[in-house]
Design a protein around this ligand. Structure first.
Ligand SMILES: CC(C)(COP(=O)(O)OP(=O)(O)OC[C@H]1O[C@@H](n2cnc3c(N)ncnc32)[C@H](O)[C@@H]1OP(=O)(O)O)[C@@H](O)C(=O)NCCC(=O)NCCS
Length: 213
């Protein structure tokens, strides 16, 4: 059974000034800043909101948090393999991704993704990826949104504040590109993820109903 994944527009045009969001409804709306690859890490470090880093448990203090290095093919492959495996436990529609699918995803990511359209963050423990988080820019009429495409923390590193730290990095990126909102689709039985999102201010917006045929 072929399951269609969400499609994200490739068009990365900045939002037009006229007809933009109502500032009263979106008080944090800012003009879109399409950072280039070189300036994006600086943009990540710059917003004041990021200065308040969520605390990590002492056991996670040695972890390195940074953006995915798209020049490192092996790292991109490891990252995407982990990303594509998310939900395997909980999702009855999860399917194993073939090496060929991962190959194509690596090529596509290296060709199309950059800090103007994608946040790809990770945590490393002594050189091994132990957490991944991806957000993608999309447009909804006059609004810029950032869609959460995945968040995963290795079981050995959970409940130490790792997801919270990556979420903060992703949100700072979304603000830096002028996003008006974050969007996240979470399986209804994923209590930890729902709790984390709600604690960060996410509210129910749409309910995704599915009927098995
Ligand atoms: C959900 C997940 C990313 C949380 O990662 P984590 O690093 O353990 O999360 P943190 O330590 O940063 O915890 C942040 C918050 O998440 C919630 N949380 C985390 N684990 C939880 C658990 N087992 N039960 C309930 N709430 C939990 C809590 O609200 C917690 O805040 P608190 O510590 O102040 O109580 C991780 O469990 C995971 O990778 N799960 C499998 C993949 C997945 O479901 N991804 C989401 C797909 S949409």
């Amino acid at each position: 059974m072929a399951l269609k994944r969400h499609h994200y527009p490739r068009n990365e045009l900045a939002v037009k000034a006229e007809g933009g969001p109502d500032p009263a409804r979106f008080p944090q709306a800012k003009p879109a800043v399409l950072a280039d690859c070189a300036s994006a890490p600086a943009a990540l470090a710059a917003p004041p909101a990021l200065l308040e880093q969520p605390r990590l448990a002492p056991a996670a203090a040695r972890l390195v948090f940074r953006l995915l290095d798209y020049k490192d093919v092996a790292e991109v492959r490891s990252f995407l393999t982990l990303l594509h495996a998310i939900g395997a436990d909980l999702d009855p529609y999860h399917f194993e991704k073939t090496p060929e699918l991962i190959d194509r995803a690596v090529i596509k990511a290296r060709r199309e993704e950059n800090p103007s359209n994608t946040f790809a963050g990770l945590a490393l423990d002594r050189g091994t990826i132990v957490a991944v988080h991806v957000l993608r820019r999309f447009e909804e009429g006059p609004f810029i949104g950032a869609q959460v495409s995945g968040l995963w923390v290795a079981p050995s590193h959970r409940q130490q504040g790792v997801a919270r730290r990556l979420k903060a990095m992703g949100e700072a990126w979304a603000r830096s590109i002028g996003a008006h909102f974050l969007n996240s689709n979470v399986l209804s039985q994923n209590a930890p993820m729902l709790a984390l999102n709600r604690s960060l201010g996410f509210e129910n917006y749409r309910i995704n109903l599915r009927k098995r045929l």
